[in-house]
Ligand binder design. Structure first.
Ligand SMILES: [Zn+2]
Ligand SMILES: [Zn+2]
Length: 340
């Protein structure tokens, strides 16, 4: 006699609540937006790694980033879990796999009664010299981010964007190049990509970048000669300065030599956004998957069910259904356009 196996709906054990995504049989939340008893944190960006949890489980790098950014708020009990090491929590097994997004970023793999869910957190599929590459995990349920979940978003190869920046540096030796970058991840990746392209001069940092760059160095990511702008004795003509995007065109930049303003972000695909910010040199460099990579990931994980969060949910849900998947949008609170 054939046995009929009744699948537990995923919602019975993994569900959104007021704090975020809750794994019920494991008794923890993933990237909770408010303080909880037990949090599993995918990576150190502030909309994922919030302060005030009692217990935090994450990769050692993410814990170090949280410690640097949040101090005492980084969680009362912190437990590090290495990539690939399974850990039993309550009735589930949790394994962290590289997400390729920033240093320490992890996908949360949860195995429960023969079903496997993968929560990607933010992720990208391209090589990034500052972090471990994305690892594909086949699963039954994929919870994917959708920051750039519209067909218009196709990120350029980063080598091309770096070459454009280097060409501009060569073309305007009397001006400073000021590149707006998100301070955690993008900043260090941009530096590493420039080093790979052979740029070996000092790279100058806005004060807000200094601490995280030092942390990356401590965690083994080589950035070469980086120094704070405050240590410069000139107006840095012909030099490269990295600053938060908010400092572009700001009073802070008056110390620089007629700066060429650049901005490294996936959002630079949208010309209006670049214009709005007065960006002369938009660089399409993103730490998130673009549209084709989201589709590729849905396809390759072979998940029958797709939950979409963190961005353009509707288009990805529509696309996943077209691919024969069950799909729904997860309206999690506290997730906005990432300042990436
Ligand atoms: Zn992120
Ligand atoms: Zn995010």
């Amino acid at each position: 006699m054939a046995t009929i196996r009744i699948q537990t709906p995923f919602e019975s054990w993994l569900r959104p609540d007021a704090a975020g995504l809750c794994c019920v049989p494991g008794g923890f939340h993933i990237d909770p937006a408010r303080p909880v008893e037990r949090a599993v944190v995918t990576h150190g960006h502030s909309d994922h790694a919030r302060p005030g949890h009692n217990a935090v489980l994450a990769t050692p790098e993410t814990l170090a980033i949280m410690q640097t950014r949040l101090g005492d708020g980084a969680g009362r009990n912190r437990q590090a879990l290495l990539y690939g090491a399974p850990l039993t929590i309550g009735d589930v097994t949790v394994t962290l796999r590289p997400a390729g997004h920033i240093l320490g970023s992890a996908q949360i793999v949860i195995d429960y009664r023969g079903q496997r869910a993968v929560v990607t957190g933010d992720y990208k599929r391209r090589t990034d010299p500052t972090c471990a590459p994305f690892e594909l995990v086949t699963c039954d349920l994929l919870v994917t981010e959708a920051t750039f979940g519209l067909p218009v978003f196709r990120h350029e190869p980063d080598t091309r964007e770096i070459a454009r920046l280097l060409a501009s540096l060569a073309a305007f030796p009397e001006r400073t190049h000021q590149v707006g970058v998100y301070g955690l991840g993008k900043c260090q990746r941009l530096i590493a990509l420039l080093r790979r392209a052979g740029y070996d001069r000092t790279i100058w940092l806005h004060g807000a970048m200094v601490q995280l760059c030092a942390l990356y160095e401590n965690l083994g990511v080589r950035l070469g000669d980086v120094r704070p702008v405050s240590a410069a004795s000139t107006s840095l003509a012909g030099e490269l300065v990295l600053s938060p995007p908010s400092a572009l065109g700001d009073r802070w930049s008056r110390r620089l030599a007629d700066p060429v303003t650049a901005f490294a972000s996936g959002w630079m695909r949208v010309r209006g956004r670049a214009r709005q910010r007065g960006v002369e040199l938009p660089l399409i460099i993103s730490d998130h998957v673009d549209w084709p990579e989201i589709i590729q990931t849905i396809d390759e994980t072979a998940a029958g069910e797709i939950w979409v969060t963190h961005g353009r949910e509707e288009a990805v849900v529509y696309q996943a259904r077209k691919m024969g998947r069950r799909a729904r949008a997860l309206a999690l609170i506290g997730r906005e356009d990432e300042a990436e």
